[in-house]
Design a protein around this ligand. Structure first.
Ligand code: TYM
Length: 334
């Protein structure tokens, strides 16, 4: 809660171009929430350097991600869209919260275990304390709600634990946030291995639909999607490939699984895969068009970056100052 208004925070990493999973699990659910909440959406570049990045590439991807937020339909007048690195309070609160987080808690984080296994040559302390920085992101804005995909649930739980611990010592400092996980699309799976989540960092380019993929690429990737040999479009736990495609189709069209089963009754997987590809390509096209328009308007995007960073800084520093006072840091003498 900020200034009497319910608040919301979410963010994405710019470690690659975002996927259809990021879109359906998070970004698509962000649209319209500005009616009810004061919304903050960050490009979380501090988180990105927990794995090694090429600086020029990171800068480019981060700007593209910010433009994709806008292109997807977030109105920058009503949503505060900014780079995490422009608001130093994230790192400052992150440090303080590190001192209120136990190693035992961090040891349980599955995302750390996964990433450590993947980047065995660079298991740095930042990767380990990543969830604490994420807690700082959320608590800095006194967020009531955090719209994310299902994979972030554990990070939301530790955020709540840290906030409750801090509040138990110092009084009501932080709003305790709730996760907001969409009913559908919360976990979009890889097109090549439907037991694994679709991920920006997948090495197999056919595994993920990238938000900027062109129509032909999208259709080709869906055609190659791994399914099963039953050849009946039916939602079932033992048909993860088809079920994933049905989830994508359903989330894009609003049709229920029963409606989709009826629509493709008697038809083969070829027809269904083509239909999914077309629905996704048509759904992403306006976002892509807007993205390329924005790419040409440097001054407009720069203006948004500057204004929104100022707004984010204003609110972030307010919470940070409150926390600093509570833990006993002195005021700067006037
Ligand atoms: P990131 O960048 O991995 O993903 C961004 C958002 O996309 C969701 N998501 C998915 N949803 C459905 N299916 C998938 N296959 C899929 N893959 C990703 C994620 O759940 C997320 O909502 N740690 C976060 C970034 C972050 C953050 C925060 C989020 C940093 N601070 C504070 C919320 C609040 C991350 O790495 O997300």
């Amino acid at each position: 809660m900020l200034d009497g208004k319910k608040t919301l925070f979410s963010g994405m990493q710019a470690t690659g171009t975002i996927t259809l999973g990021n879109y359906l699990g998070a970004l698509k659910n962000w649209l319209d929430l500005d009616k009810e909440y004061e919304c903050f959406y960050s490009v979380v570049d501090l988180h990105s350097i927990t794995v090694r990045q090429d600086p020029a590439e990171l800068r480019k991807r981060a700007r593209n991600l910010l433009m994709l937020y806008l292109a997807a339909g977030l109105d920058p007048e009503k949503n505060c869209i900014y780079y995490q690195s422009h608001v130093s309070a994230h790192a400052e609160l992150g440090w303080i919260l590190n001192c209120f987080t136990y190693m035992g808690e961090l040891n349980r984080m599955t995302q750390f275990k996964d990433k450590a296994a993947k980047h065995a040559d660079n298991i740095n302390a930042g990767l380990y304390t990543y969830p604490v920085l994420m807690a700082a992101d959320i608590l800095l804005f006194q967020s009531d709600v955090v719209p994310v995909g299902a994979d972030q649930k554990q990070h939301l739980e530790i955020t709540r634990d840290i906030a409750n611990r801090f509040n138990a010592i110092y009084g009501d400092v932080f709003t305790i946030p709730e996760p907001y996980i969409g009913k559908q699309g919360a976990k979009i799976m890889s097109l090549q291995d439907p037991t694994k989540k679709m991920s920006k960092s997948d090495e197999n380019p056919n595994a993920s639909i990238i938000l900027l993929d062109d129509t032909d690429t999208i259709i080709r990737k869906f055609k190659r999607a791994v399914t099963d040999s039953e050849a009946i479009v039916r939602y079932s736990d033992d048909k993860p490939g088809i079920s994933n495609l049905m989830t994508i189709y359903s989330t894009m069209t609003g049709k229920t699984y029963e409606e989709i089963e009826r629509e493709f009754d008697g038809k083969g997987y070829g027809d269904f895969k083509l239909a999914v590809g077309e629905v996704v390509a048509n759904g992403l096209k306006p976002i892509q068009d807007r993205f390329y328009e924005l790419s040409k308007d440097k001054a407009y995007v720069d203006g948004i970056i500057k204004n929104n960073a100022e707004k984010a800084n204003y609110y972030a520093r307010k919470t940070l100052r409150k926390v600093q006072k509570k833990v006993g840091f002195p005021e700067m003498p006037r």
